[in-house]
Design a protein around this ligand. Structure first.
Ligand code: ADP
Length: 280
């Protein structure tokens, strides 16, 4: 296949890896990252403000967040409970709208889009991996994986499907229904479903929260491989320093603001940074 052509055809505004991204050279030929319309930033937020409730009951979940997420990188969002992680992710993914500020995703400003446009944006340009795997129980693994494309009326790129299924080790499980799969296998199906549409960003919301540590490690390795080998941008909310250590970078939130970041995170340096924010 010709990944560049396929990608241009199937994704409205592909964002490629940064031109200086040295990992680009190590990506496999069969699963090449976007190479046209390369943009260094997959998602950026400026001055993001979100308040829930009014008057005395008002809670400022985001108090002016400026943050960029580089294309092709795996970033974890961390911070104390209530610091705004989920709100930030939901706003970036078009699941919620901010009160003020701008979000640009894949080169397109998404703030101000109406419900229909946001629905289309989520369907066409974003992949989700949730804590609950959210598979359709009556469909096989393969049917679940191709469901977003089917719903969008988009053709399935069989070569890309084979690449994704191969990397995720699901080749012998495609005919199984979710209840015939382990939790780890179900989450791998969810990861495959998220990757198959070649989204601008895959968002993970505590994607290993329902998995034991060994299975969780497997899923995190796959998310890391999807960024390193496929050039996939991944943004994951987690409270787990070990999970965060699989990312290239950790963004820390506190009281709805950016409170720092860690490049090359390890469980130890993430724990130390969280401790400074008062997380036990
Ligand atoms: P985190 O994901 O870091 O735990 P959240 O983004 O869920 O933080 O929440 C940030 C703040 O906003 C918290 O104080 C929370 O109680 C509040 N909040 C979140 N969602 C809502 C909501 N739907 N209604 C009212 N308050 C909310």
């Amino acid at each position: 296949m010709n990944p560049t052509t396929d990608l241009t055809a199937s994704v409205p505004a592909p964002s490629g890896p940064p031109a200086t991204d040295s990992s680009a050279t190590s990506r496999s030929a069969g699963a090449t990252a976007p190479s046209s319309g390369a943009a260094a930033t997959a998602v950026s937020a400026r001055g993001l403000v979100k308040t829930y409730g009014r008057g005395e009951a008002a809670v400022r979940a985001l108090a002016g967040v400026d943050v960029d997420f580089a294309a092709g990188r795996f970033t974890a969002i961390m911070g104390p409970s209530g610091s705004g992680k989920s709100t930030l992710m939901h706003c970036l993914a078009g699941l919620d709208t901010a009160d003020a500020g701008r979000i640009v995703l894949g080169g397109q400003e998404i703030t101000g889009l109406g419900d229909t446009a946001l629905t289309r944006l989520r369907r066409d340009r974003i992949g989700f991996v949730f804590q609950a795997f959210n598979l359709v129980p009556t469909l096989t693994a393969e049917q679940n994986i191709v469901l977003p494309l089917d719903l969008a009326g988009r053709p399935v790129d069989r070569d890309w499907l084979a690449d994704v299924v191969g990397i995720l080790g699901l080749g012998d499980r495609l005919g199984h229904k979710p209840h015939e799969l382990s939790g780890g296998q179900q989450q791998r199906v969810a990861v495959a479903r998220a990757l198959l549409t070649r989204p601008d960003v895959v968002f993970g919301d505590e994607p290993t929260g329902n998995l034991d540590s060994a299975t969780g490690a497997e899923v995190l390795s796959l998310l890391r491989r999807s960024s390193r080998e496929m050039g996939q941008t991944v943004i994951m909310v987690t409270h787990d320093p070990v999970a965060a250590s699989y990312a290239d970078r950790v963004v820390l939130l506190e009281d709805g603001r950016l409170a720092g970041e860690i490049s090359d995170p390890t469980p130890e340096n993430v724990l130390a940074s969280l401790a400074k924010l008062g997380v036990a």
